[in-house]
Ligand binder design. Sequence first.
Ligand code: MN
Length: 733
Amino acid sequence: MIRIEEIVEKVSRNHPQADLDLLRRAYFFSAREHKGQTRASGEPYLVHPLEVANILADMRLDEISVATGLLHDVVEDTLVEPEAIRELFGGEIAHLVDGLTKIAQISNQSREEQQAENVRKMLLAMVDDVRVVLVKLADRLHNMRTLGFLKPEKRRRIAQETLDIFAPIAHRLGMGRMRGELEDLAFQNLHPEEYRELAEQLEKRRGEHKAFLREVTSRIEEKMREAEVPIIRIEGRVKRLFSIWKKLKRQKIELDQVYDLIAARVVTPDEVRYCYAALGVVHNLWQPVPGRFKDWIATPRENLYQSLHTSVIGSMGQSFELQIRTEEMHRIAEEGVAAHWKYKEGRRGSHDDDEAFQWLRSLVEWSQEVKDSRDFLESLKLDLYPKDVYAFTPMGKVIQLPRGASPIDFAYMIHTEVGNTCSGARINSRMVPLRSTIQNGDVVEILTSPNAHPSRDWLNFVTTSRAKNRVRHWVSEQQRIESIELGRKLFEKESPRFNLPAKKLLADADGELKRIANEYGYGRVDDLLAAIGYGKIMPRNVIAKYLGPEKFAELEQKKESRLRSSVNAGVQAVRKLIRLGEDSIVVRGVDDLLVVRARCCNPVRGEEIIGYITRGKGVAVHARRCTNVQQLMINPERVVEVEWASSVDEAASYAVKLLAITENRTGMIADVTNAIKDIKTNIRASTAAVSEDDRGRIEVTVEVFDLKHLDKVMSSIRKVPGVLDVERLHGVA
Ligand code: MN
């Protein structure tokens, strides 16, 4: 067991002014409180807080952090009250221990919700005081080192969580060494067989690797001496097991095919010019591999990582990676925030001047917006994993994006408003579709228009959580506005049948409708209307509440008798039932959020249509010919009048699938498609087959503007010699 005096010694070396007595008092307190407790390994529990404190001392953290390490489990695992910590060790330590206790507390939610909740707490705690997370990471690291004593299932769960949450957080805080160890330990526990195998394979090559690195090192040293470039040391290493394993998995290759298994690192004195000088020497000595040079000094990563990376082809024709950085950059690469975090009086949280914490703040911001825990964890993973694409604004500002990011993601990185009004994009001066993928080094220009707005479709391709959440937010806002509007219309339409003054009722925000809204548990009339628009509440139920049961039943009966005669008479009668008034709902060319064309019959403009209020998806528009329409008449109160908008602002087209039955001859398909193209009609897809009775079956999906256009297409196909029949296939085109 490590002794407290060793830890005290380390802290005093890094912080000569530190209150060392505080550490000793924290130690004795922790020892007394954890007395009699043991770990899964059988050791006394005290080993754990001591080891955690030692990790923190090695990170050169202050005595407050180290003391917190000693005390981190006492409130959680013993009878000690938070007040006692405050009295004995002061407010700062009490605050940190409190943050850690909160993260540790397990509620009886589902595992996913629990994890999401913990991460949220951790993010909040981090912004409040980053030391909470540093202690938490040290805690997790020691638990990972001693994971072997737990049952396999628990071991896997903790390892997975480490890989999903803790290692990425360490990475985002720039703590390379912590991340590396957490990842390797997680890998070992999640895939023990593969870990062992890989470790064995590497062990076999150890001699070979060592010799190679010795050779590389001496060559570099010699050349640097000749060129008079000062360097502090050269480190050679084999890459970490987890990162090798990931590479093998991702590229589906064998260990022999990994060309950058070995990496060397040149550490220079703390002046940037030595790095570039060293790079020159190295590139002079060996041929660089094109496209592998990266300057993370000129453009530091978001987590403040700086270094020059290059790959060169060695004397034996084997390529290897080289990193060049100053001693200070090296420290930051290994220790991250822990290295550059300064504790000054009254300065504990993150501040505006700390670039490393900008991502953290935005993370916290949306962590509070996102309600669904699955969504939250998913976007968290997206946000925590390395971002590899660097793009530029036309003004030369660097925007960091995850791989696969689109111009929409880029737009939202600049500003929410830019995203919300994005109408197009240029990449390297060329117009591109919004769903394009941004590549490293692209110059991206976002075009905006005051009339442009986000589209639900964007959710299918944006990759950043920021863009996802902003678009979702916009869509749900829009959906609410539309559902209120729809609810209002539906209510207005139903009212005359019961002789209700709808307009007057709706105009009074604090009147009868408000009372009814409250009865349903809604605060405002708008909420009630939104519920009607969503199909959650039928307007007639609201009217029933307004009129009272007796009056409503009386009027309902009159209406009912009219209805009953029509229900069974089918579609013809429905026509009579629905009088097309000026208050019908207008269907525009493209689907709205709350007025969508039914997928079963896929009506096109010009066809006779009726609307049906669905539950939660607004009004579904069916063609009257649709076989489902009769079925829908079982709930006649859900049927509403709809009509196509008289003017169409854009050339909206509808995809319709057609089936042509033809003779089986060569050139048939070409003739059919040409007949369609002849009348300037787009073909979206086509397939052809020969049926058992030796007929050709050609299916084409065409884009038409309206029913007339469709008729034209169909008759054009019919005229092709050899075509026996053409029919429209219903359902999704
Ligand atoms: Mn612990």
